[in-house]
Design a protein around this ligand. Structure first.
Ligand code: PHE
Length: 339
């Protein structure tokens, strides 16, 4: 090691981070620093040169100390600046949440019916017997009431229950408004069922009602075809199978052609090519009468579907329980643009 080489090194040294600074300290200022070697060599220097030699080594040492202290001060300052608020810095991205899949489907269903003039109506989840059953032509003690296992809140004269369908809302609309009526009622409904992958004690419905002069079954069929094609795609077909509901006559179950396999047959449609999505029918004259609407002047159709069922078909969710578990790993998948 000689003075010239070390002097050159000091000229070129760059101490930009903590690690480089520490290495420099050990090399030039530590207990085994390189200058010690130069000091030790003083004994071999001819006497008349000792003084000049000593001064050069001292100067090197001072320069090394100066470089070290300056670099250290500069580094401390940049570190301090790094942690200070920089008000001109662009804001970080805000984490956006996702809409619940049932909200997405409900909104889509509402939008489709809005386009053909249906407006949303809502009602209470705790209902009396009249709005949930009697006005809808469920006779007292009729087995039809057993179709929907009900959570009763109070029995007897002031019977209250958690509504089993949102048809109750439609009774309220018919009582309050004169025809023409075109409404859909989205909402949560409750049934006393054991919870499993395929059944839950609460779920969501969208039910629809159209009442005017001269409304026919053909109008019902056309409206539901329009709806099915808007929701599942223009190639979608529908079919109706005769069914029974106390509040409609005639009544039907509606199937749509399976959009997952193009009606060729798959696991979801159980190889039939068809998926059941809703119940519907012409409003029973008894229901119109119960709501003070003259069945000899007016007629109407009604339909009702489960939102979970539609979401299950659109998103291929196979376990109903996922909708109410609030597991973010499930919910995160429904961020905008991912459906
Ligand atoms: N209210 C029925 C249900 O809860 C659905 C339905 C509505 C059927 C209107 C026919 C007409 O399943």
């Amino acid at each position: 090691m000689n003075i010239e080489v070390l002097s050159l090194e000091l000229n070129q040294v760059q101490l930009q981070d903590e690690q480089a600074l520490e290495q420099f300290r050990i090399r030039f200022l530590g207990s085994k620093n390189v200058l010690k070697e130069l000091y030790a060599a003083i004994k071999d220097i001819p006497n008349d040169q000792k003084r000049a030699y000593g001064q050069q080594v001292n100067a090197l040492k001072e320069r090394a100390e100066q470089i070290y202290h300056e670099a250290k001060a500069a580094l401390t300052q940049t570190q301090a600046m790094g942690t200070a608020e920089d008000l001109s810095r662009p804001a970080g991205a805000v984490k956006v949440g996702a809409h619940h899949p049932l909200s997405l489907i409900r909104r889509e269903i509402i939008e489709i019916f809005n386009r053909v003039g249906f407006v949303v109506s809502e009602g209470p989840e705790i209902e009396d017997d009249w709005h949930n059953f009697s006005a809808l032509n469920f006779p007292p003690e009729h087995p039809a009431r057993d179709m929907q296992d009900t959570f009763f809140i109070s029995k007897g004269a002031n019977e209250l229950a958690l509504r089993t369908h949102t048809s109750s809302v439609q009774v309220r609309v018919m009582e309050d408004q004169a025809p023409p009526i075109r409404t859909i009622s989205p909402g949560r409904v409750y049934r006393n069922e054991a919870i499993s992958a395929r059944a839950h004690c609460f779920f969501h419905q969208v039910e629809g009602l159209y009442i005017d002069k001269g409304v026919s079954f053909a109008d019902l069929k056309q409206t539901l075809l329009y709806f099915a094609q808007a929701l599942f795609g223009p190639q979608t077909q529908i079919r109706m199978r005769p069914s029974y509901f106390p509040f409609t006559e005639p009544s039907a179950e509606v199937d749509v052609s399976c959009s997952l396999c193009n009606a060729k047959g798959c696991n979801v449609c159980k190889h039939t090519g068809w998926l059941e999505i809703m119940g519907c029918g012409m409003v029973d004259p008894n229901v119109l009468e119960a709501c003070d609407i003259d069945p000899s002047v007016y007629s109407g159709f009604a339909f009702g579907m489960g939102v979970e069922r539609i979401a299950q078909l659109k998103y291929r969710v196979t376990d109903l329980r996922l909708y109410s578990e609030n597991d973010v790993r499930f919910l995160r998948q429904f961020k905008p643009g991912m459906s």
